[in-house]
Design a binder for this molecule. Structure first.
Ligand SMILES: Nc1nc2c([nH]c(=O)n2[C@@H]2O[C@H](COP(=O)(O)OP(=O)(O)OP(=O)(O)O)[C@@H](O)[C@H]2O)c(=O)[nH]1
Length: 130
């Protein structure tokens, strides 16, 4: 998953109606393909979903969903002036949400509150304060 910050806001997507977990809010991201590194997956998925060129910064955290999917949470940078342009097949809309807005959001994939809890508890660090 890509954790992308701009002005202390997180880039969050609403999943399209055509993918698993339709309509849910989550961080952009997707599955690793054979032969790819996690950084390559991150770069490819951000181009596919949002047409943004990201620069992977560092691995923040790892988690596993109740259904056994392993998630790697990467901090990534995008150029200041670059605006996401969602592929509607995958992404219905995107938002820049503050920490408080993200904590209050409904329809989140359950991994997102887990990530926020891990951050609050100091299990990972971000370039902004809790
Ligand atoms: N993009 C994204 N996926 C997440 C998050 N949290 C989380 O549990 N997932 C899970 O990670 C898996 C991969 O996500 P995805 O559906 O966006 O990626 P994909 O199209 O490559 O994979 P798919 O073919 O399994 O659907 C799914 O099982 C999804 O539910 C999140 O914050 N963002």
């Amino acid at each position: 998953m890509a954790v992308i910050l701009r002005d202390e806001r997180f880039l969050v997507i609403r999943r399209s109606q055509q993918v698993t977990a339709p309509g849910k809010l989550c961080f952009p991201g997707g599955g690793i393909e054979p032969g790819e590194t996690e950084e390559q997956t991150l770069v490819r998925e951000m181009l596919e979903e949002l047409a943004i060129a990201v620069d992977p910064v560092r691995l923040l955290w790892r988690s596993t969903t109740p259904w056994g999917t392993k998630l790697a949470w990467w901090l990534a940078d995008i150029p200041d002036t670059m605006q996401p342009d969602p592929d509607p097949a995958e992404v219905a809309e995107f938002f820049w949400l503050s920490r408080l807005e993200l904590n209050d959001a409904e329809d989140l994939l359950p991994s997102v509150p887990q990530f926020m809890r891990a951050w609050r508890r100091g299990r990972l660090s971000l370039p902004i304060n809790w």
